[in-house]
Design a protein around this ligand. Structure first.
Ligand code: SF4
Ligand code: SF4
Length: 130
């Protein structure tokens, strides 16, 4: 899954953009949170990884701003590449590189509802944002 933030300006918020994109692209989304009023709005969604790029392109084509929010932060200077977080991550967002360094893929992290790696890290190199 990839988590995306969709931002609608005061014009786009009056158009049925989200339902149009879902119907046209035939991509299901999971809405995690939504805040919309007459001035604009933000919708946080989850979408299957294989559909993420196509969905983002379709929303951008209709004038919606699409961001992949950063949910956790890894301090690479503190990280000792011990790997304790790698096996715990249910999303495979933490992986070993070929040189045995541990890399965080922020686009697939499910941080808001997870946070397992934060508690697992012996040197507190990972923290939840927000
Ligand atoms: S917060 Fe959860 S999903 Fe995100 S990197 Fe850590 S263990 Fe993986
Ligand atoms: S548990 Fe902490 S120190 Fe170990 S690899 Fe993960 S981030 Fe780095």
């Amino acid at each position: 899954m990839v988590r995306m933030m969709l931002r609608f300006d005061n014009e786009k918020v009056h158009e049925p953009v989200t339902s149009q994109v879902i119907l046209e692209e035939k991509i299901p989304i999971n809405i995690m949170s939504a805040y919309v009023n007459q001035q604009g709005g933000e919708i946080l969604i989850d979408v299957e990884s294989e559909n993420a790029e196509r969905l983002a392109k379709a929303f951008r084509k209709k004038g919606v701003t699409v961001d992949v929010p950063k949910l956790i932060e890894k301090d690479d200077l503190k990280c000792t590449n011990c790997g304790a977080c790698v096996s715990l991550c249910p999303m495979n967002a933490l992986i070993f590189n070929a040189d045995k360094s541990v890399e965080l893929n922020e686009a697939v992290c499910n941080g808001i509802t997870c946070g397992l790696c934060v508690d697992a890290c012996p040197v507190r190199a990972i923290r939840l944002l927000g």
